[in-house]
Design a protein around this ligand. Structure first.
Ligand code: HEC
Ligand code: HEC
Length: 312
């Protein structure tokens, strides 16, 4: 073998070539022939408690992987529900007025505590809601978010789409009996005695939020017009009837979930970098910017007890 014939790079002499080749063959053998095992990740687990005693730990709920949907007899329906929750605006343009998907607020497909999870929703309804003053079933609750958070129109309860959304939530509940629940909180808490300062809030917005949600709260779309970062105010945002339009509800969401992708501890997406005052200031600022009206507001809280941060 002649070095110049092989055109070897400087530093690799001809006699070392077989070694180099050997190393390459070994590397291939390790990666290509003998498949390495994927690293096992521990499944996320939460305690199960009874609905009347949050301290009585009676078992474990294991957060299911989406691949386990394949084992379900109605797998197609559950997958359709999952897609509808992720791509609501694109798949249901007639029912969604805002540039919003359900999972714009229900973080990671409704699987994250403090990020508006759907984990307990299947078992939690029907129940009497203070806002409507009457009993609401889960389809009715979903339609509440269609009309307010999505600034859109309700889905017929017997439609394939509504049934698919409910099927996803039922699957996520993993057969937890009706008198039990998964010991998680849907939302974090903030000190509601603090008063929001919208001027300070605007500064926080520009520094911590505007890169993703836009200088004018308009959000960011991709080249096909699909939502990348959802809007926080304006015609394409949620309307004043949404829970997120209320300062303290928004602040509880923002404190534990935003800025997205930054966190100091805990699960992915849990912001937890803003103080209560920061979260309340920035929420006071963006919730009070112009957004669509909600005509159905006249029927809300018929029995009184309207929360202090309601917008009407
Ligand atoms: C702008 C944010 C936002 C969007 C978008 C949104 N939601 Fe919600 N949703 C919330 C908030 C906040 C709550 C909790 C409300 C409260 O505590 O009053 C909630 C509550 C719910 C609940 C009740 C959860 C429980 O267990 O009590 C369900 C179910 C739900 N939403 C489904 C949906 C569906 C389906 C969509 C899409 C059609 C949707 N949401 C879109 C913010 C949103
Ligand atoms: C790195 C990008 C990023 C930053 C920075 C960020 N967000 Fe978000 N935000 C998102 C994404 C993405 C979503 C939708 C959730 C999802 O897709 O998982 C979202 C959703 C929201 C929502 C619910 C949906 C809506 O449009 O109303 C609110 C409210 C929100 N963010 C507020 C804030 C606030 C306030 C800040 C600053 C303190 C902030 N965000 C910073 C990326 C970001």
């Amino acid at each position: 073998m002649n070095k110049s014939l092989l055109n070897l790079p400087a530093g690799i002499s001809a006699y070392r070539l077989p070694l180099t080749l050997l190393a390459a063959v070994c590397a291939f053998a390790i990666s290509g022939c003998d498949n390495p095992k994927p690293t096992e990740r521990n499944a996320t687990e939460f305690d199960l408690v009874t609905t009347d005693d949050a301290n009585e730990d009676i078992g474990t709920y294991i957060l299911p992987q989406d691949t386990s949907i394949l084992k379900e007899p109605n797998a197609d329906q559950i997958f359709y529900g999952k897609r509808l929750l992720n791509e609501t605006k694109r798949l249901l343009p007639d029912n969604v007025g805002a540039q919003m998907n359900c999972n714009s607020c229900h973080i990671s497909q409704g699987k994250i505590p403090l990020g508006d999870p759907y984990i307990n929703s299947h078992n939690f309804y029907p129940r009497v809601m203070p806002r409507s003053g009457k009993e609401v079933d889960l389809a009715g609750r979903v339609n509440g978010c269609f009309m307010r958070s999505m600034n859109g129109k309700p889905l017929p309860k017997d439609s394939d789409e509504m049934q698919a959304i409910l099927a996803y939530m039922e699957w996520l509940s993993q057969n937890v009996p009706k008198n039990q629940k998964v010991a998680i909180k849907n939302a974090g808490s903030v000190d509601e005695s603090l008063v929001g300062d919208p001027v300070r809030g605007e500064v926080i917005y520009q520094v911590q939020c505007a890169t993703c949600h836009g200088n004018n709260g308009e959000g960011i779309k991709d080249s096909r017009g699909d939502i990348v970062f959802p809007p926080l105010w304006g015609d394409e945002s949620f309307n004043i009837g949404a829970g997120m339009a209320r300062t303290y509800k928004a602040a509880a969401f923002v404190k534990y979930n935003m800025p997205m992708g930054i966190q100091t501890k805990g699960l992915w997406g849990h912001g937890n970098v803003l103080s209560d005052q920061d979260a309340i200031d920035v929420s006071e600022f963006f919730t009070h910017k112009p957004r669509p009206d909600f005509p159905g507001k006249v029927n809300d809280w018929p029995n009184g007890n309207k929360p202090k941060d309601a917008r009407y």
